[in-house]
Design a protein around this ligand. Structure first.
Ligand SMILES: C[S@@+](CC[C@H](N)C(=O)[O-])C[C@H]1O[C@@H](n2cnc3c(N)ncnc32)[C@H](O)[C@@H]1O
Length: 454
């Protein structure tokens, strides 16, 4: 963390120090702010194909946060390891409040139009979306490799994609050569589109004839993963999973303790010992920091904005810390801060130990070389300067200073680099990847589960 960010330490961060017994150094590093250049890479002038050599990070602007004051903080037990007190918190106020928000979220995603590839490619944030997909691909690959270590490529892997949406990760799971996928989402329309996409993959003309390996089997469950025990809905409730993946969605569960707990239990209880719970969420420290550094309670740019509804910037509650997130035609609904130490405590309660919490920019740094050709194939960075026929998507005057600066330090024969516009980077740099590992379960003399490290 820079000196400046350290000076800005907030009560939200203080809370972490008092509550975290499980925090690891990787969790701590999540707070680090970056003002490196985010992106750029260089590539020689290949038409339409970028193959980033390097990134330039953009400046992560400011940081901030919010909360939905209501009653959430008063509902939070100081000791999350006491399940009795968790039960008490399932009060009716919470239940009513969450009913509204989950319905809002489901309605929002159900109403999102399914856009074809060409429409998606016209989006102002197409590179950021591709970049986020690249992050997910690399994350999935990182943990598939870990699980497969010492096993053959053909080893059958079973996965739950919790909050799968329209099935944006189906192809990633196909590439990972898994054998079974369970898809669950609250938004029925999205789930139907996911199932259709899966059917299209299965029936893809010629794939069988050309001798490709058969695609994984799949099942589809419409459910609120913050309120329903998913295992009871699985075709085989005794299934043992290798992965649970929850991409860009886990933060919806932090509306209340009971919802967060339900989601974590869903992630944990069908995982094999040594299996992984992986995902992507906004980094609450960054959100709070941006909030604190803005005038008022709303910040953002031409592609996104975040509005906190609470007046008090210093004490967001552990649960129910609500903000409205708007992203260029993709997301427009209430979300909740995920206080990392609280998440770690809850996860431990269900036998999940934190392996990593890493901001996108750090993850990118770690994988940019290994994932370079995929960055190019996925068109995850924008070419700068642009080709004539492909004008910049961002504001040429405002959004590419980092790229200009970066290029000044490159050898003269580097004519093109890959980058994200400043506006897109300000959004994607809010996010972090996480991973938890399922511990070994033993049963104590009272018949209760206890967890031990593998
Ligand atoms: C931003 S989208 C991400 C979709 C997908 N994971 C991806 O990365 O493309 C968030 C998804 O979470 C789902 N979601 C939100 N709250 C949920 C809940 N309580 N239970 C199940 N799904 C939920 C939404 O319906 C939506 O499909």
């Amino acid at each position: 963390m820079s000196a400046l960010a350290a000076e800005n330490k907030t009560e939200y961060e203080e809370k972490e120090q008092h509550t975290s017994e499980t925090e690891t150094s990787s969790a701590t590093s999540a707070k680090s702010e970056t003002s490196k250049d985010i992106n750029v890479e260089s590539s020689q002038s290949r038409k339409h194909k970028r193959s980033p050599d390097r990134e330039r990070p953009s400046k992560v602007a400011k940081h901030d946060a919010e909360e939905d004051a209501s009653s959430a903080s008063t509902n939070v037990p100081s000791d999350l390891t006491t399940s009795g007190s968790n039960e008490k918190n399932k009060d009716t106020t919470d239940a009513n409040r969450s009913l509204d928000n989950t319905v809002l979220v489901a309605d929002h995603y159900n109403a999102l139009e399914e856009k074809g590839l060409s429409q998606r490619n016209q989006s102002r944030i197409v590179y950021m979306r591709n970049f986020n997909n690249w992050i997910k691909s690399m994350l999935i690959n990182e943990y598939v490799v870990k699980v497969r270590q010492g096993k053959s490529f053909g080893t059958s892997l079973k996965v739950l994609d919790m909050c799968c949406g329209k099935g944006g990760d189906l192809l990633k799971w196909k590439k990972a050569n898994i054998s079974h996928l369970i898809c669950a989402d609250i938004a029925q329309v999205s789930l139907e589109q996911c199932q259709q996409r899966y059917n299209d993959m299965v029936n893809k003309k010629g794939s069988k004839d050309r001798g490709f390996a058969p695609i994984f089997s799949a099942e589809f469950i419409t459910a609120d993963c913050t309120k329903v025990r998913l295992r009871e809905k699985f075709a085989d409730p005794s299934i043992q999973l290798d992965f649970v993946s929850c991409q860009f969605a886990f933060h919806y569960s932090f509306e209340s303790l009971s919802q967060a707990e339900c989601m974590i239990r869903n992630a944990s209880e069908s995982l094999k010992p040594g299996g992984y719970f992986i995902g992507t969420i906004p980094d609450a420290y960054d959100l709070v920091s941006r909030w604190q550094n803005c005038d008022g309670h709303k910040f953002g740019n031409d592609v996104y904005n975040v509005e906190f509804l609470s007046e008090d910037k210093t004490k967001p509650p552990f649960f129910g810390a609500k903000y409205n997130f708007h992203l260029d035609g993709v997301v427009d609904c209430p979300e909740f801060l995920v206080h990392l130490p609280t998440l770690c405590k809850l996860a431990l309660k269900y036998g999940l130990e934190l392996v990593a919490f890493e901001r996108f920019e750090d993850f990118y740094e770690r994988f940019k070389n290994e994932g370079r050709s995929l960055l190019g194939n996925m068109q995850a960075l924008e070419t700068y300067p642009p080709y004539h026929e492909a004008p910049l998507l961002g504001d040429p005057e405002r959004d590419y200073h980092h790229a200009v600066e970066y290029m000044q330090n490159l050898p003269a024969n580097h004519r093109k680099i890959g980058t994200l516009s400043q506006s897109e980077w300000e959004v994607t740099s809010l996010y972090a990847v996480f991973s938890f590992r399922k511990m070994k379960t033993i049963w104590n003399s009272e018949g209760k589960p206890e967890y031990i490290k593998l």
